[in-house]
Design a protein around this ligand. Sequence first.
Ligand SMILES: [Ca+2]
Ligand SMILES: [Ca+2]
Length: 254
Amino acid sequence: MTLLLCVLLAVVSLLPANNGIIYDDFEYGRLDTSRWEITDDGVFRELIVDVSDVDPSDSTDYRLRLRSSTTGTPSPVKVLGVRNRTAVDFRRGMTISCDIDWNSQKNGSYLTASVCICPTIADNPKREPNWLAFELIGVPPGRNVRAGLWSRVNGSLKQLFEDWGDRDAQGRPLGKPAGGRARTIRIVMDDTSVQLFEDGNRVLPIAEHHLNFTEGYLYLQMSTGTNFPSREIYFDNLVVLEGPSGTAIPSLGP
Ligand SMILES: [Ca+2]
Ligand SMILES: [Ca+2]
């Protein structure tokens, strides 16, 4: 991944000066609050948004950590995470790449990890009437996930992509095994269309997203139901490039 980031930064250095960028590998070991604002919505027993070393050895592997416990708390859905303080203009194209680690959940039911672009500043972007979001959603009993991409336009939800993984002998979807590794998500979009890549594989060819905005804030979010003990998910290696896709996209990604 270090090599990938070097390549990404090399690409960025070649881009015209008016291309925007968000880049964070969290290796400073702390959350840069000049760039990130912590967001939360709902009642928590425990809520942690920080940067944590997930490598148990003497080496370090710093990632954005979202951790919550909701045992004994009211309200069915709780959301926490960060919002980048700088809005990104994607009229001429934008690529978002980041790693999402589901973190080997023993019980990932009613747990989600999401990457969201929303034109408004909010405690919970999913409550807003307009956004685009990629999401991993725990499939009960929760070691597996399904993946989806949705846009919400004036309050109307549109599903652009969904993957439930394999099915059992009865045809019931099982979700996809999520534990033990981070997966790299890449969203490539402009003012009309979006593509989605998982671990370098294009899983959603160009599709219209129907969004009615062309500038938005990036949110990295976790949501959980109530009465769950502490659970953690991680994000890492975030890169957002603003600009024509023809310039940046071919050099990005694994
Ligand atoms: Ca890192
Ligand atoms: Ca360590």
